[in-house]
Design a protein around this ligand. Structure first.
Ligand SMILES: [Zn+2]
Length: 142
């Protein structure tokens, strides 16, 4: 099996179809708090969740021992062990731009189904979510 296929299986991209995304409110609260605490550094975590009945439910964060004090923290995830429940990632951007960088887009295309970026001022309105192609995806918090 090719490594990309294996990663796809581990991250669930082989059964990737979903019509709706629901995120536990605790998860978005935690994302906002950690983004504020980490500022001016980026923080990065994996998203724990699963798809059932075509609804992607995000239920938790998985933290990785990466050095987020420098640019490109996202790419360091390639070096980390993966977990079966990981469906994507979240990271923060210093500044007010929650658009994915070129490095982010490369990462999105290789891992996971669903990715979030939170920019300043680190509130609900400054969270953007993307699919693996970098297209904006709507989500609900519940
Ligand atoms: Zn980024």
């Amino acid at each position: 099996m090719k490594l990309d296929n294996l990663l796809g299986k581990i991250l669930g991209t082989s059964k990737s179809h979903f019509d709706e995304v629901q995120i536990d409110k605790e998860v978005t609260d935690e994302i906002m708090n950690i983004a504020k605490e980490s500022y001016p550094n980026e923080f990065m975590a994996l998203l724990e969740g699963k798809i059932s009945d075509k609804i992607l439910k995000i239920t938790g964060l998985i933290f990785l021992p990466v050095d987020t004090s420098q640019e490109g923290a996202v790419m360091q995830v390639f070096m980390q062990p993966l977990t079966t429940n990981s469906v994507g990632s979240v990271h923060s951007h210093p500044g007010f731009n929650a658009s994915p960088s070129d490095a982010d887009l490369t990462f999105f295309s290789k891992k996971g189904l669903f990715h979030m970026i939170i920019a300043e001022p680190y509130n609900m309105e400054s969270i953007r979510a993307y699919d693996s192609y970098g297209n904006i995806v709507d989500f609900k918090t519940i």
